[in-house]
Design a protein around this ligand. Structure first.
Ligand SMILES: Nc1ncnc2c1ncn2[C@@H]1O[C@H](COP(=O)(O)OP(=O)(O)OP(=O)(O)O)[C@@H](O)[C@H]1O
Length: 260
């Protein structure tokens, strides 16, 4: 269908078992190819938003549509197919530390195989080639056989980006992708994420603490506070006062090491 949003949240509320309200009546549409950054204080609900979108956790009310299909209602094979279209980048990289870089990148293809094949490492030659090419795109082709835990944090995150590229999803959800990295390495990682967005048309939704990085890489900014969207606008039209307001004067504390 033409012009249907890539991600759509309809009246989404998430209440945790202990009664904490993670998200409160969220309505949001994100179009194909957008690079959206989500900013907000710690505890505002940024991770809850991302985890709800790929159903790492269930929402309490409302509906979430991925490219027109409800992930909220999907089950079994339908759910697996929707999830295959959503890549994740985590603050902690989530690599298999003792496996090679190539093997880690190949796991991006796992959802395209029956389980028994991946258990025995029976990836096709084409997929090995895809993984190698993805590593070339993030300048890590010389590390294919290196063990993941022998790489720097920034390199590990770029392996995670190569893994997402190999997965070839429509959407990338990045939860604080640079929170454990220094400013220069952070910029490199964001640059690679932007490359997936611009060259492969992947829609990116990234939680960021750093206003600097948000400004440099985001096309659109969403401000979250207490589980609600308090700002939504084009980055180019967003004045600094919006960030000051969202961070309520605690900006320096929140931005930590990424604040140059
Ligand atoms: N599993 C859980 N059980 C109960 N409450 C939770 C759970 N996960 C998150 N919360 C609460 O939900 C609210 C939103 O948390 P969330 O992790 O989404 O915030 P955040 O904006 O991502 O914060 P941070 O930047 O620190 O990661 C917070 O009050 C948090 O304590």
């Amino acid at each position: 269908m033409a012009n249907q949003p890539m991600i759509q949240l309809k009246d989404v509320t998430k209440v945790y078992d202990n009664g904490t309200v993670g998200l409160k009546d969220i309505n949001l549409e994100i179009d194909k190819g957008e690079f959206v950054v989500v900013v907000g204080l710690s505890g505002a609900g940024k991770s809850t938003l991302l985890r709800s979108i790929n159903r790492l956790q269930d929402i309490s009310e409302g509906d979430i549509l991925i490219d027109g299909k409800s992930i909220t209602k999907a089950k079994g094979k339908d759910l697996r197919l929707i999830r295959r279209d959503i890549g994740m980048i985590f603050q902690s990289f989530n690599l298999v530390k003792r496996s090679s870089v190539l093997r880690n990148v190949l796991t991006g293809r796992v959802a395209y195989y029956p389980t028994w094949k991946t258990t025995f490492n029976l990836f096709s030659k084409e997929d090995k080639q895809k993984a190698y090419e993805a590593l070339q795109r993030v300048d890590l082709a010389d590390k294919v056989y290196t063990r993941a835990d022998q790489l720097s944090g920034g390199q590990q995150q770029r392996v995670a980006i190569a893994r997402v590229l190999t997965q070839n999803p429509k959407i990338i959800l990045a939860d604080e992708p640079t929170a454990s990295l220094d400013p220069q390495t952070s910029r490199r990682v964001m640059h690679d994420l932007k490359m997936l967005n611009e060259e492969y048309g992947m829609t990116v939704l990234a939680n960021l603490h750093s206003v600097e990085l948000a400004r440099e890489f985001g096309d659109r900014v969403i401000g979250v506070r207490a589980g609600q969207i308090v700002y939504d606008g084009k980055m180019s039209e967003t004045p600094q006062s919006v960030f000051d307001d969202i961070y309520g004067g605690k900006k320096d504390v929140e931005m930590g090491a990424e604040n140059e």
